[in-house]
Design a protein around this ligand. Structure first.
Ligand SMILES: Cc1cc2nc3c(=O)[nH]c(=O)nc-3n(C[C@H](O)[C@H](O)[C@H](O)COP(=O)(O)OP(=O)(O)OC[C@H]3O[C@@H](n4cnc5c(N)ncnc54)[C@H](O)[C@@H]3O)c2cc1C
Length: 418
């Protein structure tokens, strides 16, 4: 682990700080300090600024509109953006840039790269992720959404669920079953599907926060061109795993910053509520502080490996398990601090169902109660805690593998399910 950065890296940090000073208002306190409507308007304006300066897809090659930054520069950019409390992209860019864009860069044809990548950055194509189904979450390879070739088009029938920001998207990347008569990991194809067609229906799911950030997506004879396969027919599992690596791997540098900022807000809340002398609260705050410090070192270890050209691999499961379980506990502490006020939350709710509330957010009860609710989801999306423990047990600790799944083709296995 090497927690120091080279002089070159620090020089790049100065450039990023100068960029932020030039483009942010002098009174900037973090996006959480803006009323929610203004904050969303800012996200869109900021996205345009990032695009114009080649910082929206910092890692992509310049020829596709990216920044062409080195790994270290990307890390520094993300660190400074998190510290300043500015977004690194728009509402669906996690799906468009980080997930499908990076995956097309790795697996796509030249035509797909030339067509899709610039359209992601210009926001013409806004993406969401069609992986999970009612019978395929942790056991993702069990997906049953079917795609069959009809001339020059795929015809898709089936259902996806928990599709985050699907109501804002006009494209969805779909894991579809194209061959039911081979083993379940083998007959899967990764398809790019336009949503703006009669065969695609998006139905919102109401969350316990009252928002509807995710959806069910139904396909009824939906169509997409034959050429919109990424990575080859029947090779969707390998492509899907590449994409999940992008989903799980990037947090090491930025999450310790995000959670440290949250602790600072929590300390203010404790003082506001007159609880700074309460030994039970102090004990729990000390626990939270030490957990975030450990997270910082854990992140540095992952980062050192990444910057040396290594792939995070199962290490990212340790990190995912660590931060999501930590966040569940610390958000419980915030609700205990609020006491009875947590039962009637008031004020500004978090902008999104992911991670902490935004830097600069007021210490309203709604902010903490909303965070408390979404923290539970952190232990589910991008691989549940139990699944992360399985990966760590088997791939890091070398423990015996789980009992093997039953053998057979996907079609045969459907008849064996309870
Ligand atoms: C906020 C949020 C956003 C999401 N966004 C998207 C999205 O945009 N697109 C998308 O495709 N999906 C999305 N998901 C879905 C997410 O990927 C799944 O919820 C997740 O993979 C778990 O699947 P499941 O919900 O079907 O639970 P299941 O897999 O049915 O798991 C149920 C329980 O069984 C446990 N379990 C399962 N298998 C094992 C095992 N082998 N060993 C031990 N325990 C096990 C799990 O840990 C869990 O506790 C989102 C989920 C959330 C919460």
């Amino acid at each position: 682990m090497d927690p120091t950065y080279s002089p070159d890296a620090e020089a790049y940090r100065e450039k990023v700080l100068a960029f932020l000073a030039e483009h942010l208002p002098a009174t900037w306190k973090g996006i959480g300090a803006l009323p929610v409507d203004e904050a969303w308007a800012f996200v869109e304006e900021w996205r345009t600024v990032l695009h114009a300066n080649g910082l929206l897809a910092a890692s992509w090659p310049v020829e596709y509109g990216g920044g062409g930054l080195t790994e270290l520069e990307q890390v520094i950019l993300a660190e400074e953006f998190y510290k300043a409390g500015v977004p690194t992209g728009g509402a669906n860019d996690t799906f468009g840039i980080q997930m499908v864009g990076n995956t097309i860069l790795q697996w796509g044809t030249d035509e797909q790269k030339a067509h899709f990548l610039p359209r992601i950055l210009s926001n013409e194509d806004v993406w969401c992720q069609g992986y999970s189904e009612p019978n395929a979450g942790s056991d993702l390879a069990n997906i049953g959404c079917r795609a069959e070739l009809d001339g020059d088009e795929w015809v898709i029938n089936g259902q996806k669920i928990w599709t985050s920001a699907g109501h804002l998207a006009n494209w969805i990347f779909v894991l579809a079953r194209t061959d039911p008569d081979v083993a379940k990991h083998k007959g899967i194809t990764f398809l790019l599907v336009p949503m703006d067609q009669p065969g695609v229906e998006v139905r919102p799911i109401k969350m316990m926060t009252g928002d509807s950030e995710f959806n069910e997506v139904f396909f009824t004879d939906a169509r997409t061109p034959k050429a919109h396969v990424v990575g080859g027919v029947g090779n969707g599992w390998a492509v899907a795993m590449t994409l999940l690596g992008y989903e799980r791997g990037e947090a090491a540098a930025t999450f310790p910053i995000m959670f440290r900022t949250e602790i600072d807000r929590l300390l203010t809340l404790v003082r506001e509520r007159g609880l700074a002398g309460d030994p039970r609260i102090r004990q729990r705050l000390a626990w939270a502080y030490s957990k975030v410090e450990i997270m910082r070192y854990l992140g540095m270890r992952t980062l050192t490996k990444y910057l040396a050209g290594g792939h995070p691999g199962p290490d990212s499961s340790i990190f995912k398990l660590y931060w999501s379980e930590y966040h569940k506990v610390v958000s419980e502490l915030s609700v205990d601090i609020l006491g009875a006020d947590a039962m009637v939350p008031t004020g500004r709710w978090p902008m999104s169902a992911f991670h902490t509330d935004q830097p600069g957010a007021p210490n309203d009860s709604a902010s903490w109660v909303g965070t408390f609710m979404v923290a539970r989801a952190g232990t589910i999306y991008a691989g549940t805690s139990q699944v992360q423990r399985n990966i760590i047990g088997e791939m890091v600790l070398g423990l015996p593998k789980e009992p093997g799944s039953p053998r057979g083709t996907w079609r045969e296995l459907q008849h064996q399910q309870p």
